[in-house]
Design a protein around this ligand. Structure first.
Ligand SMILES: [Zn+2]
Length: 240
């Protein structure tokens, strides 16, 4: 329903697109994937490391209503059936986690700030605390996001990672000490593996949203004015 610069199937509210178009796009997406029977839940996504566990008491209605997202959070976890956790992105890294034994799922939004603040690590910690997840049983999918080929960052970002991670040099391609390119997918993989997720359980699309702007929205490539694609995960007690 959306027109340029949101043309395609923009699924993100609050990016400048018309709310009615986004609501219709969301209805189209849900119907085409036969997800009408599941409740779909989104996060506010404020580039934090806040994690929210979704249970029956949570506000879990209103995929079409922009005011119904879970406030001030960047990761959603649940063990409820027929509930779809949704992350909206346009360059940031979407990380989907599935504990195959305890049947717990998580969807994480990891931009540079959330990644630097350890959002993936905190999500895994919460899965362990709330659901006794053994990370060896977790399968992880990493969706299309900006690649190291296109993700130039400045000294502010480099310093942030340098202050947090001993391996920071391994996730940058430094051109100078004050400028370089960040491998955001690798940064998140490092957090997953260090926390205890086996490397062979992590699948990454390795598709750069900026290089493939004909297929994906890219915040960088489109100078900050663009739509959002989504990554989603749900536990379903029957095959869709
Ligand atoms: Zn690229």
């Amino acid at each position: 329903m959306s027109s340029l610069p949101y043309a395609g199937l923009n699924l993100g509210y609050f990016v400048g697109d018309n709310d009615k178009n986004v609501a219709e796009n969301r209805r189209i997406m849900r119907k085409s994937l036969n997800l009408q029977q599941t409740r779909m839940i989104t996060a506010d996504q404020v580039h934090s490391n806040k994690v929210s566990v979704i249970n029956e008491k949570s506000n879990i209605s209103g995929w079409e209503d922009p005011r119904r997202s879970i406030r001030l959070t960047d990761a959603l976890i649940t063990n409820l059936q027929n509930l779809t956790l949704v992350i909206t992105v346009a360059d940031c890294v979407p990380v989907l986690i599935y504990d195959t034994k305890n049947k717990v799922i998580a969807a994480v939004h990891a931009g540079w700030k959330g990644t630097g603040l350890g959002i993936v690590k905190r999500t895994l910690d919460q899965m362990k605390d709330s659901f006794k997840s053994n990370l060896e049983n977790c399968q992880v999918g990493i969706g299309p996001s900006i690649g190291i080929c296109c993700y130039s960052v400045d000294i502010k970002v480099i310093d942030f990672f340098r202050s947090k991670f001993s391996y920071w040099r391994e996730i940058f391609n430094l051109e100078k000490n004050t400028f370089g390119k960040l491998n955001l997918v690798e940064a998140n993989k490092r957090q997953l593996i260090e926390a205890g997720v086996p490397a062979q359980n992590i699948s990454s699309s390795d598709i750069c949203t900026s290089c493939n702007n004909d297929l994906f929205y890219s915040f960088r490539k489109e100078n900050g004015v663009t739509g959002r694609q989504i990554a989603f995960i749900s536990l379903n007690n029957k095959t869709l």
